[in-house]
Design a protein around this ligand. Structure first.
Ligand SMILES: Nc1nc2c(ncn2[C@@H]2O[C@H](COP(=O)(O)OP(=O)(O)OP(=O)(O)O)[C@@H](O)[C@H]2O)c(=O)[nH]1
Ligand SMILES: [Mg+2]
Length: 491
């Protein structure tokens, strides 16, 4: 650990923490880096230390103004035309508030919706609306509890829009990108997710640089060629690191394939209950469901058993969310490789959420894009089971091709396990069978090794034989027949 790197990272982190400090900190960040350009010559040397610093910096860099944010949420919505959204602005506000509340000590104090004709105007709002917003701001100031920031709930604001609004409203201006990055930074636990989050920040810096140079902004960011090179090198280092982690993930995947354990990926909109469902299906106490958006950032695997005793691996995944800039999502596509390559996908939907239909559509569209982007890697698309979760919170529910459960009360889980089992057997070419084998013979231990034994009973008609219920793959059925030819298959 060295203090210079630490300072650099502090400044780097600061870029998003306070947009008014953007240029100042960014320039300092770059200047510091320039002093140590020799550090950069070794591209592969990113450094566990840097990554550790990264996480330390994220927690250490807590200026009072950042720790507690009193946020004014502004939800712009387009009233008509091709950019009009199906989702009601009230529901978008709810989601925007949930994003704010996912960060410790951040409070959405007040929320307003603002109709707009388009989101592309440099000033974002008209003069009348801006005055209205200013009077809301001064109103809370007068009451002694001023706002510290404004969250304009759109994917990404242009550099010019941010500059204009910061200048006009004199408060920290946030968009969905900067809020989500804050959440991701806090929730990134593994090396992989930390690298992904760090990587997700870089396009934002490039974008701001580009926009700053193309707009007649009063606050331009200037970077020399060598300073830009530093950014490129950082990006390259992060990508190299990510590649290493991905290769490791590939190794793990190959090991699972060798063992022949089927893989079930759990996907869904953020906060729909993916982690809770896996916990309910596996009793894995390490899993911690949280009422926060983007609580899970890592694809993690959890072992469970189906009714026939067949072992499966459940993969917990990053939740999806609409209106996020694609750069942010692209960094997480790597973690979703496991989803595309699994045997079965479970799509969890939060039935208690008013916007469940739109959320479902968004997840389906994202999955399609994911399959499309990975069609080179995987020729087949896994089947999808739809699960309607949180039925304990709704009075009625219905729908075709849906499995209704409550991960909280465990209602419907047994039926769901049966459905998962049927699909997995069909997908992985396995069969449920009852085999009659000699009592005390070698077959029984062979079956335990090569299949999933559900039960063993003595044959009522002849105690020299056992009836073994087993789930076994077609390949192993053939092997069994070859090895123990004289034994009979009953079913
Ligand atoms: N009442 C009720 N609450 C549930 C149920 N399933 C999950 N929850 C709650 O919903 C919240 C989100 O649950 P998680 O399992 O963390 O959701 P997730 O989909 O993994 O969320 P992310 O990882 O953030 O995308 C938590 O507060 C859970 O306790 C359910 O069946 N009933
Ligand atoms: Mg989760």
């Amino acid at each position: 650990m060295n203090s210079k790197t630490f300072l650099v990272l502090r400044n780097y982190k600061n870029i998003y923490s306070k947009s008014s400090l953007f240029e100042h900190n960014f320039t300092r960040f770059v200047q510091k880096r320039c002093l140590h350009e020799n550090e950069e010559s070794n591209i592969n040397n990113i450094t566990l230390e840097d990554r550790e610093y990264d996480s330390i910096a994220a927690t250490v860099f807590q200026k009072p103004s950042i720790i507690e944010q009193r946020v004014l949420v502004i939800q712009p919505f387009v009233k008509w035309g091709p950019n009009k959204k199906v989702t009601k602005p009230e529901l978008q506000i709810q989601e925007a508030e949930s994003l704010i509340h996912s960060i410790e000590n951040w409070i959405a104090v007040q929320s307003i919706k603002v109709p707009l004709q388009s989101l592309s105007k440099k000033t974002v709002f008209g003069k009348g609306k801006l005055d209205e917003i200013k009077s809301i701001i001064s109103g809370t100031k007068a009451k002694g509890k001023p706002f510290t920031s404004i969250f304009i709930s759109v994917g990404i604001l242009t550099f010019a829009q941010k500059q204009f609004l910061t200048h006009e409203l004199k408060l920290l201006i946030l968009d969905r990108y900067s809020v989500v990055i804050q959440i991701l930074r806090k929730h990134a636990l593994s090396t992989e997710s930390k690298i992904q989050v760090a990587l997700a920040e870089i396009p934002y810096i490039w974008n701001s640089l580009k926009e700053s140079s193309t707009n007649n902004s009063t606050h331009q960011i200037y970077l020399s060629e060598s300073q830009k090179q530093i950014l490129r090198i950082r990006e390259k280092k992060l990508r190299n690191e990510l590649e290493k982690v991905r290769n490791h993930r590939k190794l793990l995947r190959n090991k699972r394939t060798q063992k022949g354990i089927p893989v079930v990926s759990i996907v869904g909109y953020t906060n729909s209950g993916k982690t809770s469902l896996i916990q309910a299906l596996t009793n894995d106490s390490k899993l911690i469901p949280r009422n926060q958006l983007f609580a899970t950032l890592d694809v993690t695997s959890h072992s469970g058993y189906l009714p026939s005793n067949l072992q499966v691996i459940y993969m917990d995944t990053v939740g999806f969310m609409s209106d996020l800039p694609t750069e942010l999502f692209e960094c997480f596509v790597a973690t979703l490789e496991d989803v595309v390559l699994s045997d079965l996908i479970i799509h969890v939907q939060d039935l208690s959420h008013e916007n469940v239909i739109e959320q479902k559509k968004h997840v389906n569209n994202t999955l399609q894009k994911l399959f499309q982007s990975m069609k080179e890697t995987s020729k087949r698309i896994p089947p999808v089971i739809n699960v309607g979760n949180k039925i304990d919170l709704v009075s009625t529910y219905s729908g075709d091709n849906m499995n209704f459960v409550s991960s909280k009360t465990s209602h419907g889980l047994h039926q769901l396990l049966e459905v998962i089992e049927d699909k997995i057997l069909a997908e992985t070419d396995r069969k449920k069978m009852v085999l009659r084998v000699t009592n005390g013979g070698p077959e029984i231990s062979w079956l335990y090794k090569n299949g999933a034994v559900t039960s063993v009973e003595a044959d009522e008609n002849n105690p020299n034989f056992l009836l073994v219920r087993v789930v076994i793959s077609n390949t192993f059925i053939h092997k069994f027949k070859n090895m123990f030819l004289n034994k009979k298959t009953l079913n």
